[in-house]
Design a protein around this ligand. Structure first.
Ligand code: T3D
Length: 257
């Protein structure tokens, strides 16, 4: 299987499984990946999602070996039908998404990593906006997501040079939330994901939306959104549970409702 899905409690892990090509994405893999993401997004039993890659890389972007040389094809179609819905499903799903970055994330692989909510890496993590190396422009949201982390000057430097960004620099920019030893990566990702899956899922979903819309909204729009979101969160069972737990001086048991 080019995409593997596994479940541990309320955490769904979706793994790209083509290690021989650093998990590059061909047509079949993109379709299976999108289907797995959509299924996880729809499933109320899933309360956190981990994006992962097998072998030494997270994902090296488009499978450059899957296109016969010299045969014209539509790049727009590739994006509109393949990558864009993948990115939108990750960004819009109403549950936390963690990218597990044990090695290189390049091209659209980097775009997918930056579409996730949180990123956990190791000393071997390398982020490469590889597009210019093959005469392409950043896509799958990267011209927006990377620019938001590093600002226009550094984003353009990374796009023009396609230099690898090492883990320490990615932490400084806030792209990696944490870096751990390679042998601690799985345990750390599992622990973060389980904590998120045990959290107040509705409040997390509204928080994710709030942060996403903050880039476009005026302050007064954002204040109105926060008030509406808090009305919903405040009516949730998880809010009642959180307050009861606080008053009883015990840990909350959130149900996700
Ligand atoms: O439809 C569209 O095209 C539009 C959408 C575009 C989105 C994109 O993602 S465009 C960008 C595509 N990706 C790249 O340009 C990255 C290409 N890969 C690399 O630059 C390097 O492989 C890495 C920097 C990622 C890693 O380098 P390194 O030295 O660690 O590994 P390697 O030896 O280059 O790769 C290992 C194997 O994976 C190798 O196969 P081999 O020689 O052992 O048989 C290599 O060819 C293969 N591989 C790596 N990336 C891809 C790939 N095979 C197919 N497609 C790849 N993207």
């Amino acid at each position: 299987m080019k995409v593997e899905v596994s479940r541990a409690g309320a955490v769904e892990t979706i793994t790209l499984n083509r290690p021989e090509v650093l998990n590059a994405l061909d047509q079949e893999t993109k379709a299976a990946y999108l289907a797995a993401l959509r299924k996880a997004a729809r499933d109320p039993e899933v309360r956190a999602v981990v994006l992962s890659g097998s072998g030494r890389a997270f994902c090296a972007g488009e499978d450059l070996k899957s296109h016969p040389e010299g045969v014209p094809r539509s790049f727009r179609h590739s994006l509109v039908s393949g990558y864009n819905p993948i990115i939108q499903t990750i960004v819009e799903m109403d549950k936390p998404v963690i990218a597990r970055l044990q090695g290189v994330a390049a091209g659209a692989g980097l775009s997918i990593a930056l579409a996730a909510d949180l990123r956990i890496g190791t000393d071997a993590t390398r982020l490469i906006a590889a597009f210019s190396r093959i005469g392409l422009v950043p896509d799958s949201g990267l011209s927006q997501t990377l620019e938001r982390f590093v600002g226009p000057g550094v984003a353009l430097e990374l796009f023009y040079t396609a230099r690898p960004m090492e883990a320490a620099e990615a932490v400084r920019w806030g792209i990696l939330n944490t870096v751990v030893a390679a042998d601690q990566l799985d345990a750390t990702v599992a622990s973060w994901a389980q904590d998120l899956a045990a959290g107040p899922t509705l409040a997390f979903a509204l928080t994710k939306q709030a942060v996403r819309r903050a880039y476009q909204a005026s302050l007064s729009d954002q204040l109105s959104y926060e008030a509406a979101a808090q009305e919903l969160a405040g009516a949730s069972a998880d809010h009642r549970e959180g307050v009861s737990a606080f008053l009883a001086k015990r840990a909350p048991r959130f149900s996700g409702r």
